[in-house]
Write a protein that binds this ligand. Structure first.
Ligand code: NDP
Length: 245
């Protein structure tokens, strides 16, 4: 019960890594609000997986400033505070930079980077007032090392690293911690599109020789949100089996 009674908000919680984060936090006693554009089967999943869990879904596009402010206000009114924010929502629109449309560039930057900024701004003031809080941004190893065919995605993830460190400097003295997790290659719908050859090529670069699971990212998230990480801020923790060490 590492986050018992804490109010946690998880963006992109309906599937993949976000779903695992929501489930892990519920199992450790948090009150969880999560959002994505569509719930899919997620609410049924959480009710079955953690029947005693206190979990609420909000349909939200994190790139929509007005909607973000309204949903965070709603959560604040209902719960009185937000202790943990996990900016996990993300998309890819891959393509070679020379052929990339402005639309594909902006869509990825808007959701992956601007979305995290909007959600963080929506919680920062009350976290400072409460003199406590933990914000965790899900970036990627490609934000550190780049990736051919992912100029938009890698730029958004590199931007998240800058956002993490800048916010950590701004709010550290008020007891608010801001960190990021940089997953390597994790088995989710986002990575489902790779064929066997692409997978083998990727796995051959991972010192641990295997793909990671969403649970292995969620457990680091739990640690960073908990009091066990009370003196850690501005850090980028790579969860990649040695990839990009
Ligand atoms: P998935 O595609 O499986 O899930 C993405 C989640 O984000 C979904 O819940 C989706 O729901 C939500 N989402 C997407 N766009 C928006 C939006 N505009 N507003 C709100 N929610 C949105 O991805 P993963 O679980 O694989 O990835 C999660 C995070 O981890 C991402 O930030 C990704 O970049 C990062 N990551 C993943 C890696 C991997 O190997 N899988 C590696 C490194 C980083 P909906 O579409 O209904 O809105």
């Amino acid at each position: 019960m590492l986050v018992e009674g804490k109010v946690a908000v998880v963006t992109g919680g309906s599937r993949g890594i976000g779903r695992q984060i929501v489930e892990t936090f519920l199992r450790h006693g948090a009150i969880v609000h999560y959002m994505s554009r569509n719930a899919g089967d997620s609410m049924e999943y959480f009710r079955t997986a953690v029947p005693e869990g206190d979990v609420t879904f909000h349909a939200l596009d994190v790139a929509d400033e007005g909607a973000v402010n309204a949903v965070f206000e709603q959560i604040m009114t209902a719960r009185g505070r937000i202790d943990v924010l996990i900016n996990n929502a993300g998309i890819t629109r891959d393509g070679l930079m020379m052929r990339m449309s402005l639309e594909d560039w902006q869509a990825v930057l808007n959701i992956n980077l601007t979305g995290a900024f909007l959600c963080s701004r929506a919680v920062a003031r009350q976290m400072i007032k409460n003199r406590g809080g933990s914000i965790i941004n899900i970036t990627s190893v490609v934000g550190k090392i780049g990736n051919g065919g992912q100029a938009n995605y890698a730029s958004s993830k590199a931007g998240l690293i800058g956002l993490t460190k800048s916010m950590a400097r701004e709010v550290g003295s008020r007891g608010v911690r801001v960190n990021a997790i940089a997953p390597g290659f994790i088995e989710t719908e986002m990575t489902d599109t790779l064929n066997a050859q692409q997978r083998d090529a990727l796995v051959s670069q991972i010192p641990m020789g295997r793909i990671g699971s969403a649970g292995e990212v969620a457990s680091v998230c739990l640690f960073l949100a908990s009091e066990m990480a009370s003196y850690i801020t501005g850090e980028i923790m790579t969860v990649g089996g040695g990839l990009a060490m």
